[in-house]
Structure formats: structure tokens, C-alpha cells
Design a protein around this ligand. Sequence first.
Ligand code: HEC
Ligand code: HEC
Length: 435
Amino acid sequence: MQRMTQVGRVAILALAVMLPALLGFGWSQDGVTFRIDRWSSAEREVLASMSLDRLPPPPPDPSNAVADRPDAAALGRQLFVDTRLSRDGKVSCASCHDPQRQFQDDRPVGRGVGTGLRRTMPVPATAHGPWLFWDGRKDSLWSQALGPLEDGLEHGSNRTRLVQQLQAHHRADYEMVFGPFPMLAKLPADAGPLGTPEEREAWARLSEAQREAVNRVFANLGKAIGAYERTLSYGRSRFDRYVEAVQAGDRAGQQTLTRDEVQGLRLYIGKAQCATCHNGPLFSDQHFHNTGVPPRDAHSPDRGRALGLAKVQADEFNCLGRYSDAPAEACAELRFIAATDAGMEGAFKTPGLRNVALRPPYMHAGQLATLDEVVAHYRRSPAAATGRTELARDGASVANRQPIRLSDEEARQMVAFLRSLASPIVEPGTGRDAP
Ligand code: HEC
Ligand code: HEC
């Protein structure tokens, strides 16, 4: 009897010590109660792989010889905000990529000289992926930058006008970076291969040597902007601090995420399957997927990467083109690209999710207004308007993937987690470079 009581007492004592831990609570040394989050070593490795500490510097861009030169970045920064480079003198890159708004514009589709068909993408950390735009039709930041300048709906300018403006307003800085401006006497005010019929005619009338000289300055304009964009990145979020605390076994530090946020994170890397595509420190695999997002215009759904594939290969400013600084062997991404790929019909680039809660609306044409709607989309996983969705539907698995099933509470926790990915933008030299 006496012995039984002893055993009983020990058992009760042991239970009293373990119970809080079983329920997910523990004590710190100073007596404050903390939640204990259990992660297996495999899970801890997944968490670490998504932490900002794992983000290396952007890979080199051999196609841009000035990619990492501070003088080129300084010129690029001026060009990024220069409205004189647009047809109506009112639009700059920053009109749509507003540094005060995560370098995007909060609109469903971009609005420049005209209104576009797709959602403006944030610029920070874009130097980390091989393909640019929702459909990946560009393979470097510098060639990407040339697109909007000549796009009738964005800056709406043309090549000879741009080159002459660069000469008039930025000549000294340009020459510091790229050497002497070419002799360009008697250029027409407006000429370019993508402009109005008159501009295209004027372009065709130029000599081969003139076109070549204009193209080279035009490409350099892009290279300066690309150098600037490479400096933009993300700072640490609460999620990153949480992962650090988990790795260090720092319980107090783990309280930086709430219980709901941690549950959302568990779902994110677990049964909700988000991390199959949104993975790595930028929460993107930098690849293209059809996820069945309903198009803005059901009658002409956006074909996405299916068209981007051909465009990037035909682009005169790609890595293999004559205005690239790279030797051909350095252009592996482009050389080994699949010429066609049926899976790319209706596929779009996986957007990174850092700061995602700060920039609604979502998807390639801003079709979904809130993160709740985004998570509802994944729970529904509708059929695609063009091509086939990669998300499993109606009990049918796709590539071993099961349908994404989340309860209402789990959906709420998922959104809570996505909000924990907010952080300051890092832009060196502007005071906005705190870690
Ligand atoms: C009218 C608004 C507008 C203007 C002006 C504009 N952009 Fe964009 N930007 C967009 C839109 C919309 C997209 C996505 C378009 C697409 O995928 O077809 C985009 C995409 C990008 C991307 C791709 C990001 C990624 O993750 O792939 C970069 C980089 C970028 N823009 C930089 C620039 C630069 C540099 C300029 C100035 C030379 C500029 N943009 C001017 C609206 C604009
Ligand atoms: C099969 C790959 C894949 C999976 C799995 C996936 N996503 Fe996505 N996600 C994408 C792609 C691709 C887009 C862009 C689609 C578009 O615009 O048409 C996207 C868009 C988003 C966006 C909008 C971001 C923006 O800037 O517009 C959010 C938020 C998001 N996904 C969160 C999630 C969450 C949460 C999960 C898990 C429940 C998840 N994703 C699962 C590929 C995936």
C-alpha cells in the first residue's frame, strides 16, 4: 500500500511535468510559460531551406558585363525613375514598380501609357531566377527592362528617341560606365522595330551600322537598370526569426510566431503541398505551373509560358544574342530550354511569397482579391481554362499529388502564416537597408 502510493506519487509527479509539454506548453527558466513546437529533423531542414539566411547573393549574370558595378547601378537607379523615357513624359518604371509599394502598384493589371493585361510583379530579388515575366519571355534583367520601354501600353517610347534622351540627360554617367557615346548624327526623332508603322519604316531606312549602334546603346540602358535591380532584396521577416529560434532551440524566440501561424506553416510544408512549388528562401521554384487560375477573359485565356518559350528563344536581346556579353557556353538555361512543352500551356511563373500579404490583388492578372480567396482557390482546385491544372482534383491524384484538403480553420491558419512573411525591402544606399 505504502509502496503503491510511492509509485502513484512518482507517476503523478511525472505526469505533472510532462502534461504541459504534451499539450504543447513548457516552461522557461524564469517561470514564463512558452509553447513548444515540435519539428522532426527532416522538417527542421525544410524550414532552414526557406530561411533568408540560405539566400546566396544573386548568381552572376555573364550576359551583362556591368551587372555588379556600383556606377552602373547608380545610373540604373536614375533611369528607373526617369519619366522622360516615356512617350507622354509621365511614366517611369517606378510608376508601376513603386518603391513605396513593394515595387509594384496594387492594381490588378499594370497601367502605363495604356492599360495592360497582366499584374505588375515585384522587382526585389528577381536576379535570382533564370526567367523574367509571368511567362518567362526574357532571360535577364537587362533584356527584361527593354520590354516596357518600347511597349505601346507601358512607356510607349521607341529606340531612337530613347537613345537620344539618354544622350541628352545621362551622357556623362553613361560614358563613365560604357565608354564614349557612339557618333549618332541625323537620327530620326522616332524610329524603332516595334513602333507605329511610320516608326518601323524610319527604322528600316537606317543603315545597318546605325541600327547596330542604336541597339547597343539601347541594350546598355537595360544593363544599367539591370545592375540597379540586382541590388534590391528582402529583409528578414518574423518567419526567418522563428526558423533561427527553432534551429537554436531558443523557445522564447519561437514565440515570434503565434500558434495559428505555426499551424499554418505545418500545413504549408505538409498536406497543403504549397512548398512543392513555393520553396526555397524566396518561396518560389522559379519554374512555371498551370494551377487553373480562372482567366480574366474566359473567351481568350492567357496561354502563359506556352508562348513565352518561343518568345525568349527568338529575342534578339537574349543571352545568346549579339548584344549579350556572355560566351555561348555561359547561356546554359537558354541552350537547354525545351523548345516546346505541352505542360506549359496556361502555365505561369511561381511567384515568390515574401511580403505577399502586403500586395493584393493576386495571380497573373490580379484575379483574386485577397489571400483568403487564394487559399479558397487551392481548396477548390478548378479545371484550367486552357491546358491542364497540375493540382489534383476530385480524388484523382496528379504526379502523386493528392487534392489539397483544408478545413475552414486550417485555411485561416494558412493565411495567418502567409502574413508572417512580411519584411522591409532592402535597397542599399537609401537608408532602407536595415536587416
Ligand atoms: C505600365 C506598368 C509597368 C511599367 C511602366 C513597367 N512595368 Fe515592369 N512589369 C509590369 C507588368 C504588368 C509585369 C508583368 C508583365 C508580364 O508578365 O507580361 C512586369 C514585370 C516586370 C519584371 C519581371 C519580374 C519577374 O519576377 O519576372 C521586372 C523585373 C520589371 N517588370 C521591371 C521593370 C522595369 C525595369 C521597368 C522600366 C524600364 C518596368 N518594369 C516598367 C508593369 C510595368
Ligand atoms: C503546382 C505548383 C503550386 C502549388 C502546389 C501551389 N502554388 Fe501557389 N502559385 C503557383 C503559381 C504558378 C502561381 C501563379 C498562378 C497564376 O498567376 O496563374 C501561384 C500563385 C500563388 C499566390 C499569389 C501570389 C501573387 O503574388 O500573386 C499565392 C499567395 C500562393 N500561390 C500561395 C500558395 C499556397 C498557400 C499554396 C498551398 C495551399 C500554393 N500556393 C500551392 C504555383 C503553386
